[in-house]
Design a protein around this ligand. Structure first.
Ligand code: ADP
Ligand code: MG
Length: 339
């Protein structure tokens, strides 16, 4: 049974960057305004995420890493919903099947914090302890989750990771993108034991300021604003877009960049990317791509529920019309900037 669970878990948690994405989405769901990430060996040795969100009450700790245990599903219809990032409580469970998990958490109303250890979905004693019960612990308001030795129990998978630095780069990419999409949060991401973070943003920043500090000030300067626009206003789909895109002859175009958030979740859509890239082919040298940050809000009921959200490629109803409308919005911004 555990082997089946491990395989299922490894489908969801492919590598440190997936684990980080799930963990930071939980921190965002918990209304954190500060999220700090420390990594050893690119997250392969250890991942630690420290947030100042609402914390987890002691009563919820025993089932925290149980599969399908979630505080975010109230109605059956919510199953169709991507509005909260989590999906049926599979993330923490999966992480506990492929690593050693420690949780230290404190809610505002609790006098002290609680420390708990997990393996394969259930509470276990700490290395030095005998009882699996959560222990009182000094803690700040919020949650600290540490996952050690990713894939320790799946040697083949573990050996497939050749380069901790590549894993670190992937994590930085995810954190950078979430920092741009969530500029109200103070973000830090660094290698454990170093003092100089590789991502660091102040609380209550702006998207543009974070683009300037995390990508480049000159990119931020030349970006075109895509103001909040309702796509297909005449239809019932009620989708909206906003964002920033590079202009038609930006120097940045060569490197490119692609940040697509749908309902606040970082996703991929090959179709949307192709459609937008093709807008730039008239302007950019062959092989170059634009820098694009787009945030779409789509009625969650219209998103294809057959696509598991941990698979990042998404589809939605009336996709072609919606993409046409989106391309129209960006075309307008581009031609406005080039007259
Ligand atoms: P989901 O996000 O789909 O609910 P997860 O496995 O990611 O499932 O998390 C399980 C539950 O653990 C969440 O529903 C939430 O109640 C709690 N939780 C996880 N991480 C945090 C956190 N950083 N702060 C507060 N609660 C958390
Ligand atoms: Mg989650």
């Amino acid at each position: 049974k555990d082997v089946i669970n491990q395989i299922a878990a490894a489908e969801i948690i492919h590598r440190p960057a997936n684990a980080i994405k799930e963990l930071l989405e939980n921190s965002l769901d918990a209304k954190s305004t500060s999220i700090k990430i420390n990594l050893k060996d690119g997250g392969l040795k250890s991942i630690q995420i420290i947030d100042n969100g609402h914390g987890i009450s002691k009563n919820d700790l025993p089932l925290l890493c149980e599969r399908y245990s979630t505080s975010k599903l109230n109605k059956f219809e919510d199953l169709n919903s991507l509005k909260t990032y989590g999906f049926r409580g599979e993330a923490l469970a999966s992480i506990s099947y492929v690593s050693h998990v420690e949780v230290v958490t404190k809610t505002k109303k609790d006098g002290c914090g609680w420390r708990a250890h997990y393996q394969d979905g259930v509470l276990i004693p700490s290395k030095s302890g005998t009882s699996a019960e959560p222990k009182p612990s000094a803690a700040n308001d919020g949650t600290v989750i540490t996952a050690e030795d990713l894939f320790f129990n799946m040697p083949l998978r573990k050996r497939a990771f050749k380069s901790p630095s590549e894993e670190y780069t992937r994590v930085l990419d995810v954190v950078t993108k979430y920092a741009i999409h969530n500029p109200h949060v103070a973000w830090v991401c660094k290698k454990a034991g170093t003092s100089l973070p590789d991502v660091s943003t102040p609380v209550d920043s702006t998207t543009k300021a974070n683009i300037a500090s995390l990508y480049s000030p000159s990119l931020a300067n030349e970006l075109l604003d895509i103001p909040l626009t309702t796509l297909q206003p005449e239809s019932k789909l009620s989708a909206q877009c906003k964002g920033w895109v590079s202009n038609a002859n930006s120097n940045w175009a060569r490197k490119g960049g692609w940040l697509l958030f749908i309902n606040n979740r970082l996703v991929d859509s090959t179709k949307i990317k192709k459609a937008i890239d093709s807008l730039y082919t008239a302007y950019l040298p062959k092989g170059a791509s634009p820098w694009v940050y787009l945030s779409l809000d789509i009625d969650p009921a219209k998103i294809d529920v057959n696509v598991h959200p941990t698979k990042s490629e998404v589809h939605f109803l009336n996709e072609d019309e919606m993409i046409d409308a989106l391309v129209g919005v960006i075309q307008t911004a581009l031609s406005g900037a080039n007259v």
